[in-house]
Design a protein around this ligand. Structure first.
Ligand code: FCB
Length: 481
């Protein structure tokens, strides 16, 4: 039966291709703990989370969920759940303390052991090199607004590529450079907590450059069969109305959310409209000859992290004041040169983050990648929801809302496959409840519940549901679980 006919039959199960990767994702600072072990030095997140007032309740990742010591159990849990891939990040200050100089073997050994454990459990590792934990020394030297940081990243990429490239096929240079640049350097809700919009645009370019230099460094030391990608949190930007002013606002945010990365990565140029919009802040003189070619080198795949769409309009000039941007609250906008734009809550149910549940945004972005990057394999490298999960008296954790969320979003992925997109895998965010950045431990994204007093892990009902999906390659009805 042709795909389209199959998906049109209501009773037929929603099936995925046999080689589809069913994964879960995490990041180093959010789960590892062990921040002072085996030679690791502080990252910007250690400094930021230990600065009063920066995270909810002053929480930090010193212990997190102690994955550094419990990784064997965590891999065993993934195997029990039938996952066939795991996306994790490498902590830069663990393998190259201070961001310069030789590798620390004890730090690399942790990732060697983790990869071996995964491979022997039949789980494909997918490595992200940078999930926001810049060595503090590199921030002290200027951080991402400085070009040198991109060169430092390339050296680090080479170190990790040399250590793991023979056994890890799937690589991502950066996770969500938008957050690193704009939450880190414009709104300041993420480390390093700077509020300098001009610096955030420099940071964005140097993150792009770091991707290009890092990808080249990886390829210089790894087997050619490996796949080098990047994970973007591209945004499904929607105008509040079809009025010219609202369409212009949506266009501006599309440039600042998507064009600033899609442009150089996929098309070899920043959008002219981005230059025009940011002209009061920067002349982009730090984009040097040759940078765009480096950034635009062919990718092997593209990763999309998706949570919720954005709804924007032209701003009401009287409505200034502190604002929540979805990742924290700040008096400073994460959108440089966009004071004339207002953000609105999209209609519909929301998760515990306040993020509206809308799987159509995921379908829309996958189809956009399919158009903008024809022929490139795609992965949903993060998608998931926070809920206020609590164990029942019998110790079980029921999270039907998360099951509905996953069902809705995986159905959107399936629709995109039917519409011709080449999606090869899906990584649920997150394997475990963990340190949710500025929100501390208050927001639980895990398919596996973590009791923060004992660090005991309990798979939630969504983990069992996802396990059935992974094992059968079809989506169980949400009420079946
Ligand atoms: C993404 C991050 C990830 C997690 C989820 C909820 O932006 O990549 O670390 O915080 O959001």
């Amino acid at each position: 039966m042709p795909e389209s006919a199959q998906s049109a039959t209501p009773a037929s199960p929603v099936t995925f291709p046999p080689a589809f990767l069913w994964g879960a994702a995490t990041s180093a600072y959010q789960i590892e703990g062990a921040v002072r072990e085996d030679g690791r030095t502080p990252s910007i997140w250690d400094t930021f989370s230990h600065t009063p007032g920066k995270t909810a309740g002053g929480e930090h990742g010193d212990v997190a969920v102690d994955h550094y010591h419990r990784y064997r159990d965590d891999v065993a849990l993934m195997a029990e759940l039938g996952l066939n891939s795991y996306r994790f990040s490498v902590s830069w200050p663990r393998v190259q303390p201070t961001g310069r100089g030789p590798a620390v073997q004890r730090g690399l050994d942790f990732y060697r052991r983790l990869v071996d454990e995964l491979l022997s459990a039949g789980i494909k590792p997918a490595v992200t090199l940078y999930h926001w934990d810049l060595p503090q020394e590199l921030e002290d030297a200027g951080g991402w607004p400085e070009r040198e940081t991109a060169h430092r990243f390339a050296e680090y990429a080479q170190i990790v590529g040399e250590a793991l490239g023979d056994r890890v096929e799937h690589w991502m240079t950066l996770n969500e450079p938008w957050c690193a640049a704009f939450l880190g350097y414009a709104s300041g809700v993420h480390a390093p907590g700077r509020t300098d919009p001009a610096a955030s645009l420099r940071a964005a370019h140097h993150l792009n450059l770091a991707h290009g230099l890092g990808a080249a460094a990886l390829r210089s030391v790894m087997p050619a069969r490996n796949s080098v990608a990047i994970s973007l949190n591209s945004s499904a930007v929607r105008p509040l109305s079809q009025d010219a002013a609202d369409l212009a606002a949506a266009r501006k945010i599309d440039d600042l959310a998507n064009g600033v990365f899609h442009g150089p990565l996929l098309h070899g140029a920043y959008p002219e409209s981005l230059f025009a919009a940011t002209e009061p802040l920067t002349d982009w003189g730090y984009v040097l000859d040759g940078d765009l070619a480096l950034i635009n080198q062919p990718l092997d795949a593209l990763g999309l992290n998706y949570y919720t769409p954005a709804l924007v309009s032209a701003a009401d000039p009287d409505a200034a004041g502190p604002r929540a941007d979805g990742h924290g609250t700040s008096d400073h906008s994460p959108w440089p040169a966009a004071d004339d734009v207002a953000f609105h809550q999209t209609p519909g149910d929301r998760t515990e983050m306040g993020w509206t549940i809308d799987p159509t945004g995921l379908h829309e972005l996958i189809m956009r990648y399919t158009r903008e990057a024809p022929g490139l394999p795609l992965y949903v490298t993060e998608n998931g929801a926070a809920y206020d999960d609590k164990p029942d008296p019998d110790g079980r954790v029921h999270d039907p809302e998360r099951i509905a969320y996953l069902h809705g979003h995986l159905s959107a992925v399936r629709r995109a496959l039917s519409d011709g997109a080449d999606v090869r895998g899906y990584y649920l965010w997150s394997l475990l409840d963990n340190f949710e950045w500025a929100y501390g431990y208050g927001k639980r994204f895990g398919a596996v519940y973590v009791d923060y007093a004992t660090l005991a892990r309990t798979p939630k009902s969504s983990a069992h549901w996802y396990s059935r999906a992974a094992r059968t390659g079809t989506l169980p009805e949400p009420e079946d679980s």
